[in-house]
Each structure stands twice: as structure tokens, then as C-alpha cells.
Design a protein around this ligand. Structure first.
Ligand SMILES: Cc1cc2nc3c(=O)[nH]c(=O)nc-3n(C[C@H](O)[C@H](O)[C@H](O)COP(=O)(O)OP(=O)(O)OC[C@H]3O[C@@H](n4cnc5c(N)ncnc54)[C@H](O)[C@@H]3O)c2cc1C
Length: 401
């Protein structure tokens, strides 16, 4: 197997690199580097507007809705440059999750209403699927939506709802029929987050971030026109959504960038006068992670280049998630190990601005944010399907167990 980028692709890569160099404000890039979780509402909006202004607001969308028409390989090159420049990944729940569902199943009126403001960075979205007793076993969700005239009356609770406090809209899985097989009674409903009766309560995550939330729905009235597709088809749409971004869960770009940062840290950190990177134990561990990451990258490229695989693609995608999330944890741990005592300083989620100014100067620039990143990446083996669930999928689809 040989991967080679054409001269046109190389030129494209340089064009993207130049754009970020010339247009991404350094203080913003610095805040993204520190990796505040979640990034501030202002930064998320400003970044999406920057991308939209260049015509890169949603590279993966169809051209007629504002996409770029890039090949999978170009998208790959683009994402690599975006991460290398310390840019912000695209708003996941909106552009990557609900948009593909809308493009496939929503009415023309819904597409025209919701897609343009999403692309322009004027409206952001949150995903209301999980509930206190419905995570891996999502089909057992209990939030009810009862149709009364032209409205649904929604009651229930969601949990782990990322970015709910920043979002204007949420896409929710709700039970509209309790008398059929669990999967058949679920519908896909769009709810404004400021609707009376809807309350968002933050959950402080391990590193002090406020990205996670509980969402309580108490007699929330939602117009029936906010239902996507057919009633009872929500499960099908949710499965479509979760299968849409086949290689993203490898966290490849994040992992590559963070490995480079680990290397940078190890180049400046010294132990007994010796650079950490020159110490065999550390160099060996770094090399081990690098080799694993290279294997992951080639696996991603094989999927992107649509190489034939003897296994079911869903099993391959689960394997990418399994390896990618474990590596995400390993790479960020490596940074913390390399920082040694410096890593004891926790940097809060709201310190980005201050750090971009004076205080950061008193610390080696690689320090802020690393410990918080290492802590929050513990979650990557849970969300988007836990490790055990991925292994179940691989066992079933790849090995017929
Ligand atoms: C940081 C973060 C962000 C999230 N963001 C969102 C969001 O925006 N929107 C949203 O809807 N949800 C979100 N989630 C929720 C996420 O999807 C769930 O946490 C996940 O599906 C696991 O469900 P659970 O937490 O209920 O754990 P459970 O399903 O209760 O699992 C508990 C443990 O049991 C194991 N287990 C469960 N079933 C099986 C099985 N069949 N075989 C073997 N082991 C099993 C699991 O692997 C896990 O170790 C987020 C979660 C996190 C941590």
C-alpha cells in the first residue's frame, strides 16, 4: 500500500496552512491550544464565522448547502492543517450530527430554516440522547412526547448533554409510542433550548469544565413541525447519525498534534540536567505511542481511500474508536508525565484569556491546559459508545461471536 499526495493536493495543503497562519488570531489559537473544555461561546462562534467566511464552514456538506466538494483525502489534509494550526474542530453536534440527519430526512422547509444559520455560526446545537438510565442501552429511554393538537408535550430528563448551555437548539430522542417495540416508539424532535419548561443544569467535570449538563423537560411544548421525518423513526435516524462520521472517532488529528506537544515538552524538560527526550525510558515510551499512532493513521487512510477490507466497516470503525480513544488518553498522560511537577498546577476552564496575556509568561508555554486535557480525555472511552460496547460490536460483526 502506497500513499502519495499529488502536487495539487500538496498545493492545497499549503493554501490551507497559509490561511490559518494569516487569519487565525494568535490569542485564539493559544486558547484552543490550552484546550479549555468547552471553548467559550464567543470563540466557537468567531471560529465558525471565520471558516464560513472562507467558504470552509462545513467541508463535509453537499456543495448545494455550502460544502466544499473536497475528496476524503483533501478533507483529511485540511483537518490535519487545522489541528496543526491550533484551530478548533467544527461544532460536532450541529455540523456533524444533526445536519446529516436533516440532509437525509428533514423537510425542505426544515433544511432551509436550520442549515444556513448553523453554517454561518449563528445557531449552535446540542444532542439530547442519553438519560440517567439509558446510555449504552439507549433504546430504553423514557423521555415522553405526547401529541396534543399541533404540539408535542415533552416530559423527562436527559444527561451528559454536551454544550447544552451554549446551544440555541437541541435534537432530542423522545418516546412518542410506548406500546411498540422500544426502538420503534422513538422520534427525533428539534427543541429550542429556551422553551419554557426546559432547564439546563451544568455538571462540573473532573477538570472543572462546565461543558456537560443535565436537561430537565417539564411540560415543554414543541410544535409538531419540529419533528424530523416520520414519528417512530428516531432510532433509525440516530443510527444513521452515529454511523456518519466513520473515521472521526479515531481522534487522529488530536492525537498527532498532542504527540508533537509531548515531544516539545520532553525537549525542554530536564531531569538531572539531561533533556527528557534524551532519556532512553522516555524516548522508548514516546516511540511506542508514535508507532501505535502511525498504525492508527494508516488504518484511517485505508478507510478514507475505500480500500477493500475483509471485515464489516462498522467493526472497523469500532476498532478505530477503541484504539483512538485509548491513544488519546495515552498521549495526554505522556504530556503530564513529561511535565512532572509542573503538571500539578491545574488550569481552570476559564483561564484562557488571562493566560493569553501576562500570567502564561511565568510558566513554560507548554504547561497550561495539559493536566486538564489529560483529565477530560478520560471520558473519550465512554462517550460515543464505551470501550466495552465497541468490543461487543467487533466481536459480533468481525468475528461472528
Ligand atoms: C464527556 C461526555 C460527553 C457526552 N456527551 C453526550 C451528549 O452530548 N449527548 C448525549 O446524549 N450523551 C452524551 N454522553 C453520554 C454517553 O453517550 C454515555 O455516557 C455512554 O453512552 C455510556 O452510557 P452511560 O454513561 O449510561 O453508562 P452505562 O451504559 O450505564 O455503562 C456503564 C458501564 O457498563 C458497561 N456496559 C454497558 N452495557 C454493556 C454491555 N452490553 N456489555 C458490556 N459492557 C456494558 C459500559 O461500557 C460502562 O463501562 C456523554 C458522555 C460523556 C462522558
Amino acid at each position: 500500500m502506497r500513499f502519495e499526495f499529488s502536487p495539487e493536493d500538496e498545493a492545497f495543503r499549503l493554501e490551507v496552512r497559509a490561511f490559518f497562519r494569516d487569519h487565525l488570531p494568535p490569542p485564539m489559537a493559544r486558547r484552543f491550544y490550552i484546550g479549555a473544555h468547552p471553548p467559550s461561546r464567543e470563540d466557537v462562534r468567531a471560529f465558525q464565522k471565520l471558516m464560513h467566511g472562507r467558504g470552509w464552514g462545513a467541508p463535509h456538506w453537499p456543495l448545494e448547502w455550502g460544502g466544499t466538494g473536497w475528496s476524503p483525502l483533501r478533507k483529511h489534509l485540511f483537518m490535519q492543517e487545522l489541528y496543526d494550526a491550533d484551530g478548533l474542530d467544527y461544532s460536532w453536534q450541529g455540523l456533524h450530527m444533526v445536519a446529516p440527519v436533516m440532509l437525509a430526512f428533514a423537510s425542505e422547509a426544515q433544511k432551509r430554516r436550520f442549515l444556513p444559520p448553523m453554517l454561518a455560526g449563528d445557531e449552535f446545537w446540542t444532542q439530547g440522547f442519553s438519560e440517567p438510565n439509558a446510555g449504552s442501552d439507549l433504546a430504553s429511554l423514557k423521555t415522553r412526547a405526547e401529541r396534543v393538537g399541533d404540539e408535542y408535550i415533552v416530559n423527562g430528563q436527559k444527561i451528559w448533554t454536551s454544550d447544552a448551555s451554549m446551544a440555541e437548539w437541541g435534537f432530542f430522542l423522545v418516546r412518542t409510542d410506548a406500546d411498540v417495540k422500544p426502538q420503534r416508539g422513538i422520534s427525533f424532535l428539534l427543541i429550542r433550548m429556551d422553551t419554557p419548561g426546559l432547564t439546563v443544569r451544568p455538571i462540573v467535570s473532573i477538570e472543572g469544565g462546565l461543558g456537560l449538563n443535565e436537561v430537565f423537560l417539564d411540560n415543554v411544548r414543541v410544535p409538531c413541525e419540529n419533528l424530523v421525518g416520520e414519528p417512530g423513526m428516531g432510532w433509525t435516524y440516530a443510527k444513521y447519525l452515529l454511523g456518519k462520521e466513520r473515521t472521526a472517532s479515531a481522534f487522529l488529528y488530536f492525537n498527532k498534534r498532542e504527540l508533537e506537544k509531548a515531544r516539545e515538552i520532553a525537549t525542554v524538560q530536564r531531569v538531572n540536567g539531561q533533556r527528557l527526550i534524551d532519556r532512553p525510558e522516555f524516548a522508548r515510551e514516546l516511540a511506542r505511542v508514535e508507532v501505535d499512532l502511525l498504525a492508527l493513521e494508516y488504518s484511517v487512510l485505508r478507510v478514507l481511500s475505500q480500500e477493500k477490507n475483509r471485515h464489516d466497516l462498522d467493526a472497523v470503525v469500532s476498532a478505530l474508536k477503541l484504539r483512538g480513544s485509548a491513544l488519546q488518553q495515552r498521549v495526554t498522560e505522556l504530556q503530564v508525565e513529561a511535565l512532572g511537577l509542573h503538571a500539578l498546577r491545574q488550569w481552570g476552564h476559564d483561564e484562557g484569556e488571562a493566560l493569553a496575556g501576562g500570567e502564561a509568561l511565568r510558566w513554560p508555554p507548554q504547561v497550561p491546559g495539559r493536566t486538564a486535557q489529560a483529565l477530560i480525555t478520560r471520558a473519550s472511552t465512554i462517550y460515543g459508545g464505551s470501550q466495552e460496547i465497541q468490543k461487543n460490536i467487533i466481536a459480533k460483526l468481525a468475528f461472528g461471536l
